[in-house]
Design a binder for this molecule. Structure first.
Ligand SMILES: *[C@@H]1O[C@H](CO)[C@@H](O)[C@H](O)[C@H]1NC(C)=O
Ligand SMILES: *[C@@H]1O[C@H](CO)[C@@H](O)[C@H](O)[C@H]1NC(C)=O
Length: 295
């Protein structure tokens, strides 16, 4: 405010000094009136400037508080980020749970490397005490339950195409498409598959008759199963069988294909739709889901 006042003083003295010339030839009364008029004008001007200054000051105060709020929010975010790094949002140990404020000892689920794990946390013990965290085992978490068991109800005689299935006994999760014969892994994890097929050889024949079925992962062979017959006196049946445990990623495709079949219609996968006996079976499950990277 000191600067403000000296400014007024300067303006007033300037007015007085500069105006001297304008008073020439006026009566004392007129000069006084003129001075008074000038003074009133100046007063009004100063009042306006004062109001503007006040408004500017209010503005500055407001901006200062906005800046302070912004600074606070930035440092709050930094602190929150630092906390997350320190304890992790997803608990990975009893120590993490303690940091999150858990105080009651008991069974807790924590995130392991690839799956959820069960631990016993004894919060009455110190964090570095051996008994603070006792590892118990894995928790079976499946984000998509996947179990299927399908069957054929008629014979199949085509090579190099996925074997389709007609009868659905179980298809929880719907990962198995019976029409296309293709199973699509919904989630990364370990899966089990088993196939049993009935191969029919038409005799009599002195040749060696054979049929091979392949289990394929994305069109590539995982393994094969073969049955052969020689010197068949008449029609014979042989069982094909294959089991497999595979690590799959989401989207991997599993199918079965006949990759060899003695020509001439003398060997094929057999089923009789009228007898309803169901000789061909394909079953699969998601054993354990890989949850790494999910959280
Ligand atoms: C199953 O496969 C068939 C044949 O490829 C296809 O037309 C159908 O849309 C598929 N079904 C599902 C549910 O994806
Ligand atoms: C074979 O299975 C399909 C699908 O379940 C069914 O529509 C059809 O009637 C069955 N055929 C015979 C002969 O059982």
């Amino acid at each position: 405010m000191a600067a403000h006042f000296s400014l007024i003083f300067l303006s007033l003295s300037a007015l007085v000094c500069c105006s001297t010339g304008a008073f020439a030839g006026l009566s004392l009364e007129e000069q006084l009136r003129q001075l008074n008029d000038n003074y009133m004008e100046m007063k009004e001007l100063l009042a306006t400037k004062d109001r503007r200054l006040e408004a500017l000051e209010a503005d500055a105060i407001e901006q200062k508080s906005v800046i302070a709020a912004l600074q606070q929010s930035v440092s709050g975010t930094q602190v929150a980020a630092a906390n997350r790094q320190g304890t992790s949002t997803v608990p990975r140990s009893c120590a993490d749970l303690k940091c999150k404020g858990e105080t009651i000892s008991g069974l807790y689920s924590i995130m392991g490397a690839k799956s959820v794990e069960m631990v016993y946390c004894d919060f009455s013990k110190a964090t570095n005490d051996a008994g603070f965290q006792k590892w118990l085992g894995y928790v079976d978490v499946k984000s998509v339950p996947t179990y299927f068991y399908v069957q054929k109800n008629n014979s199949f005689t085509t090579q190099y195409v996925p074997i389709p299935f007609e009868v659905e006994r179980v298809n929880i999760g719907g990962a198995m498409n019976l029409t296309s014969g293709i199973f699509t892994a919904p989630r990364p994890g370990t899966y089990f598959f088993a196939f049993t097929g009935d191969v029919r050889f038409l005799g009599p024949s002195t040749n060696i008759l054979a049929l091979i079925v392949e289990l394929q992962l994305n069109g590539q062979r995982v393994g094969s199963s073969r049955v052969t017959e020689s010197n068949t006196a008449g029609n014979v049946h042989s069982e094909l069988t294959m089991q497999s445990t595979l690590n799959l990623i989401a989207g991997d495709k599993i199918s079965l294909q006949i990759t060899f079949m003695t020509a001439g219609g003398v060997s094929f996968l057999y089923d009789n739709p009228n007898a309803d006996q169901r000789f061909n079976h394909f079953t699969g499950w998601l054993l354990e889901e890989n949850l790494a990277g999910l959280l």
